[in-house]
Design a protein around this ligand. Sequence first.
Ligand code: 5GP
Length: 338
Amino acid sequence: MRIETERKLDFDDVLIRPKRSGLKSRAQVDVKRTFKLPHAGVEISGVPIIAANMDTVGTLRMAAALAEFDIFTALHKHYPLDELQKANMSGAFSFVSFGIEDMKKVNSVMSALQSNSINKICLDVANGYTEAFVEFIRDVRKHHPGKIIMAGNVATPDMTEALILAGADIVKVGIGPGSACMTRAMTGIGYPQLSAIIECADAAHGLSGLICADGGCRMPGDVAKAFAAGADFVMLGGMFAGHSECMNEEQLKVLSKNGGGLVEYYGMSSKVAMDRYAGGVAPHRASEGRVVQVEYKGDVKGTIQDILGGLRSACTYVGASKLKEFSKRATFVIKNAA
Ligand code: 5GP
């Protein structure tokens, strides 16, 4: 056993220090970015925020709404293929998600979606530290050399490098910070998210790879802190939950009849999700997700305006006219440092 004594940080432990700035208005701030992907060799452009691949968030309706703002969605993996094929979705802003699957399934889904111009794959497992996952990324890369692959989750630089070397363009970073996550409580495993972002971004950028900070953002200021820490993309679950785009017609009817109400947001490893998609919690497992009741928030448009307004304002406070410059100009101060 070993103890690391260096202090590690979460979003709540820091603030971003304001700096003198020549910017006159937050309207001048450009929050879009274009990245070149190291393996796929193509570019990806847009506002680098991604709706999480959870069935209460990464919906086709959410993808349609977010694409209007050039924001990305990782579609949840439980859609039947024909529903994905029929959907009028934007290939530019949608990722198709898989766990560790049979390669044949990945190949057939990606080839069926070729006419929808989908070139983005999200490979998502709770624990990205296994050899089997690294092998799987290698295999997907071999079969799909020109596709954009985002893979995770991990929370340390060594494994960020391993996933990039195996073929991931973007590594999803976050073990345990999610608002519907119980991993830390159930297993004791985790890593403070702000430090994970700082350390993994440094490792990824050294290999020309990218990271997506995944989990733990509860308000626009947290999104700003994630970008300031070096995240190239930020994935949001809870902040996008509870909107009309998360729901089906039936749920919307009930909410509009009642003039609002509470809606369920649950982890993909929660008992609710396992009952729905895996026929219950297997005897060797425990649920590592919780069910959270969130207030119905209406259309996602208002939340996007809050997030992007907060982000533009944060950039203005440090004099960054582009999101690209934000992290270089940002200095964190530790709150109430001992
Ligand atoms: P949030 O934005 O709500 O804080 O975090 C969203 C992220 O939580 C997701 O993108 C995913 O990485 C993670 N997550 C989703 N469901 C579960 C779960 O059941 N257990 C755990 N440990 N993490 C989850």
